[in-house]
Design a protein around this ligand. Structure first.
Ligand code: ACO
Length: 389
């Protein structure tokens, strides 16, 4: 019988979403964000509870192995990390060749990658190798951050101290002074707040790298490089520059007017996921106040408060509120930490999240290979040099 032949099935062209906004790229049981309500949980535990009651190493264990450790598991993990804090003299010597003017994030990326030269076995499905790699990275990244700080000042790095817990030891290696217990506790809480945040840019980068079945040192090194940018981890440095530039409370409104008129991004504000104030910013603000009460006020805090108040009126209706970076710089400055170490400290914390995603990726791996929408020229022939226009 006559009739129109059935048309071949035409599949709809894929929708292009710049920045993969709203596109699920994995399934994950590690961290959940409810951006409209400002809720953040790690493995189901609210961030507020973890920041108040947990320790960074306990939280890292939770993120990576999925459950809170028993006392025995926690003590064993703490001990293992403590035993692996030292970094080979060959890596320290390599770091001495880095230019002192280089950014500590670049130094950290190179040092993290160099661990692969010593420890890579790619025994990715051996639970013991996974544990060893987790322990080494969590233990050695802080030592390398502190070592570069001393090396660039022309000093020798100092060795970790076995009698100090994770955060206290890091502050000791960095400042060469045993920290006040309150300062160490607040720093530890900061690490908890920065430990994980679902599929942000650096974690996505970690998962993509992990999906090729390369070694975990390469996974962390690629994530460190991704975290370094000013739209991601690097924003915490820029916040203090911005507050310094504003200078005083009475300059906040005119500065913000100008910035908005020039379509400038306000550093430490805005987030792809949150439409309210980032819950981590709420906690960090409380920690900053605790520090100021104990160790003296920071006039820039008043500028920050005023900026938050004024920006809420101007940017709040667009869902733009302070993010994790807005108050973290003020906390770190009060702890005596140099500005360009804020992002490396973020990396110390986020190593726990990256490793949790590395392990999860290996559990159900499929190499990442998204498609693209080609916008270049259609096929054409090569021309000899003399025939080209
Ligand atoms: N200041 C002023 N306006 C902003 C800000 C900001 N900080 N953030 C977003 N906007 C505005 C944009 O100008 C844009 O407005 P328009 O629609 O009128 O053009 C709208 O809000 C959407 O902004 P996008 O940049 O498209 O939002 P996106 O989700 O891509 O960006 C990001 C999120 C990168 C965090 C952005 O808010 C930003 O650049 N913030 C400043 C840098 C910063 O603080 N980064 C740290 C983020 S937290 C972290 O990574 C740890």
């Amino acid at each position: 019988p006559q009739g129109t032949p059935p048309s071949p099935a035409v599949s709809a062209p894929p929708t292009f979403r710049p920045g993969l906004e709203g596109v699920p790229a994995t399934q994950s049981a590690i961290c959940d964000i409810e951006g409209q309500r400002g809720l953040l949980t790690y493995r189901g535990y609210p961030i507020e509870q973890l920041a108040s009651y947990s320790s960074f190493l306990e939280t890292a264990y939770l993120l990576i192995w999925g459950e809170l450790p028993t006392i025995f598991q926690l003590r064993e993990f703490e001990q293992e990390v403590q035993m692996h804090r030292r970094v080979s003299f060959r890596i320290r010597d390599m770091m001495k060749c880095f230019p002192a003017s280089g950014h500590p994030m670049d130094a950290l990326q190179a040092s993290a990658a160099s661990l692969g030269l010593f420890y890579s076995r790619r025994a990715l499905y051996d639970p013991q190798y996974i544990t060893e790699a987790v322990v080494r990275l969590i233990a050695k990244i802080p030592t390398m951050v502190a070592a570069f700080q001393l090396i660039r000042k022309g000093q020798d790095p100092i060795q970790p101290r076995d009698d100090l817990a994770y955060s206290a030891n890091f502050l000791y290696m960095l400042t060469e002074r045993e920290p006040d217990p309150l300062a160490a506790r607040i720093f530890d809480a900061c690490l908890i707040l920065h430990a994980e945040h679902s599929l942000n840019a650096s974690t996505f980068s970690a998962r993509v790298t992990a999906s090729t079945l390369t070694d975990p040192y390469a996974v962390v090194a690629s994530a460190v490089g991704t975290l370094a940018g000013p739209l991601h981890g690097g924003a915490n440095e820029d916040v203090l520059d911005m507050l310094d530039q504003i200078g005083s409370i009475d300059q906040v409104e005119p500065w913000l007017d100008r910035a908005i008129a020039q379509k400038q991004k306000i550093m430490g504000f805005g987030h792809r996921e949150y439409r309210v104030k980032d819950p981590r910013a709420v906690i960090l603000q409380g920690l900053a106040e605790e520090l100021f009460q104990r160790f003296g006020h920071d006039a820039m805090y008043d500028v920050a408060l005023k900026l938050e108040e004024v920006a809420e009126r101007r940017l709040g209706p667009k869902g733009i509120f302070p993010n994790v970076d807005f108050y973290s710089g003020l906390v770190y400055r009060k702890l005596g930490i140099p500005r360009d170490l804020f992002t490396p400290i973020f990396a110390i914390a986020r190593t726990a999240g990256w490793l949790a995603h590395w392990k999860e990726q290996l559990g159900a791996n499929r190499i990442y290979r998204p498609s693209q929408i080609y916008t270049g020229p259609t096929e054409r022939g090569w021309l000899p040099l003399e025939s080209r226009p």
